[in-house]
Write a protein that binds this ligand. Structure first.
Ligand SMILES: Nc1nc2c(ncn2[C@@H]2O[C@H](COP(=O)(O)OP(=O)(O)OP(=O)(O)O)[C@@H](O)[C@H]2O)c(=O)[nH]1
Ligand SMILES: [Mg+2]
Length: 218
């Protein structure tokens, strides 16, 4: 009988490329942040506001099923950007980020990856990033940590966006944060409005500290 090949880890190939991505971005002094959240949660708006507030140079890798709408918003502001179109897939994989990194002429700064809008699939795929950032928002409801636990378990920062909408929605912050704490004791929380700019000073300070620590560690 022919030998039967058993693939032990369906994600193994992805993880190998993710490891290569990490080496590439480390050599280029890039801190890479993988932003994950539902469609319309404000990922693009959040990245734009964050970059406005950061003193560190930034670039963006945009992930969408199709279109270059979000990439154009970055390019209009002279932010170095590469758009990945997944052509149907609901998440970015390490291979596509590998190609994006190689065509992005940018070193010595922060690269934001805007993952495809989805609360489930992107959390399962390592991209070689330094950390995942979970971007939730007031209008989608306070129960997301309970229903989509993997993202909130893996995230190294949780940002609640659209806080300008708190007066108009029944969003129980205690319920939301209790749900996250049950999964992840350490993760820091930030509250922002990409519309008004509120909260971005504190977030930018935290991310700059992360970047400087990353540079010192090398
Ligand atoms: N009120 C309010 N609206 C916001 C805020 N942030 C984003 N929006 C709006 O929410 C909508 C979606 O924002 P995007 O930044 O495009 O969201 P996204 O997560 O990038 O969306 P996809 O890329 O399609 O998944 C837009 O109409 C934004 O203007 C906010 O803090 N407050
Ligand atoms: Mg977007």
């Amino acid at each position: 009988m022919d030998e039967i090949v058993i693939i032990r880890d369906v994600l193994e190939a992805n993880n190998n490329v993710a490891h290569e991505n990490k080496t590439i971005k480390d050599e280029r002094n890039i801190l890479m942040v993988n932003i994950i959240g539902s469609p319309g949660t404000g990922k693009t708006s959040f990245i734009l506001r964050a970059i406005e507030n950061l003193k560190v140079p930034c670039a963006v890798i945009e992930g969408d099923v199709t279109s270059d709408i979000d990439a154009r918003k970055m390019a209009e502001r002279n932010i170095p950007v590469v758009q990945i179109n997944t052509g149907g897939s609901c998440h970015l994989n390490a291979g596509s980020v590998n190609r994006a990194l190689k065509s992005l002429s940018f070193d010595n700064g922060i690269v934001f990856i805007e993952n495809v809008g989805n609360l489930i699939c992107p959390s399962g795929f390592e991209l070689g990033e330094d950390f995942k950032l979970a971007l939730a928002n007031v209008t989608e409801g306070d129960d997301k940590p309970y229903k989509y636990p993997l993202l909130f378990t893996k995230a190294k920062a949780v940002v609640l966006n659209k806080i300008d909408m708190l007066p108009y929605f029944e969003f129980d912050k205690k319920f939301f944060y209790d749900g996250i704490r049950a999964l992840n004791q350490e993760v820091p929380f930030f509250e922002v409005s990409a519309r008004t700019g509120e909260g971005f000073g504190e977030f930018a300070k935290w991310l700059e500290e992360k970047y400087y620590k990353f540079r010192q560690s090398k």
